[in-house]
Design a protein around this ligand. Structure first.
Ligand SMILES: Nc1ncnc2c1ncn2[C@@H]1O[C@H](COP(=O)(O)OP(=O)(O)O)[C@@H](O)[C@H]1O
Ligand SMILES: [Mg+2]
Length: 241
């Protein structure tokens, strides 16, 4: 579903990503982990066609993101850290507006929005402006909005950032629930113990390089680690030392 080959990115001669390679299968939840400044968001931004790679190739469901940006964009949903909601529009209107941008017909749009409002438990808030939602509700609305066109792949850049533990748990449970809908999910997060409960595979990134990648269960066995947190400190700690 996602294929990244020899990807690198420079900003003004400064290398931020070096020779990144990975493949993500359909229906997989992939956690892209690493310290602040490792290059996670840069990678996501390239994958969602917001940034151009300096070198290498990215394919989304077979489409090259640099050559077939439009086709790639149609099959992806993207949630960023800063919400980017329309504050004066209601919850319903935020979803309806984006549904219109994707040219979804009115009847189908209504049905999809109702489903999403129920799925994300935002039904009672549907008539209130986005600006008066709590942080957790805003994040759920962002997730709902990213799903309006029924994308096959969802990119989530720190979907639980700034949320309290209960809300983070709820958001991650919703992500897990999306797995049953065959969505492929690429996420970055700092919540290792929660990520452990939802992801199938991981990549650990430090200073623009992938240090460790694969199925979480296999990595844990290989490193004789009992948790993702142990894996993280073992691998990233070594890189620092
Ligand atoms: N537009 C940009 N111009 C120059 N440097 C950037 C730009 N975007 C990110 N960087 C740098 O790239 C590195 C990786 O950033 P980022 O991908 O945001 O890391 P992460 O999401 O893992 O915290 C950082 O050193 C950051 O300062
Ligand atoms: Mg980031």
């Amino acid at each position: 579903m996602i294929e990244v080959k020899n990807l690198s990115k420079n900003f003004n001669g400064f290398t931020v990503l070096k020779d990144i390679n990975f493949t993500i299968e359909k229906g997989e939840i992939f956690a892209y982990l690493g310290p602040n400044g490792a290059g996670k968001s840069t990678t996501v931004n390239i994958l969602v066609t917001l940034l151009k790679p300096t070198n290498g190739r990215v394919k989304i469901s077979g489409y090259d993101v640099t050559k077939n940006g439009m086709e790639s964009r149609r099959i992806i949903g993207f949630v960023q850290e800063d919400f980017g909601l329309y504050p004066y529009l209601t919850v319903f209107q935020n979803l309806d507006f984006v549904g219109c941008l994707y040219h979804i017909e009115k009847k189908q749009r209504r049905e999809k929005i109702n489903d999403l409002l129920i799925f994300f438990d935002l039904w009672n808030e549907r008539m209130i402006p986005a600006s008066s939602l709590s942080k957790g509700m805003k994040q759920k609305l962002c997730l709902a909005r990213a799903l309006i066109h029924d994308p096959k792949i969802l990119f989530l850049d720190e979907p639980t950032s700034g949320l309290d533990p209960l809300m983070s748990k709820e958001v991650l449970n919703l992500i897990l629930k999306l797995k049953t809908e065959e969505k492929t999910i690429f996420m970055t997060t700092h919540l290792l113990s929660r990520a452990e409960k939802v992801c199938d595979s991981i990549a650990l990134l430090n200073k623009g390089k992938i240090l460790c990648i694969g199925k979480l269960t296999e990595i844990k066995t290989k490193l004789k680690s009992s948790s993702l947190e142990d894996v993280y400190f073992e691998v990233i700690g070594e890189a620092h030392g």
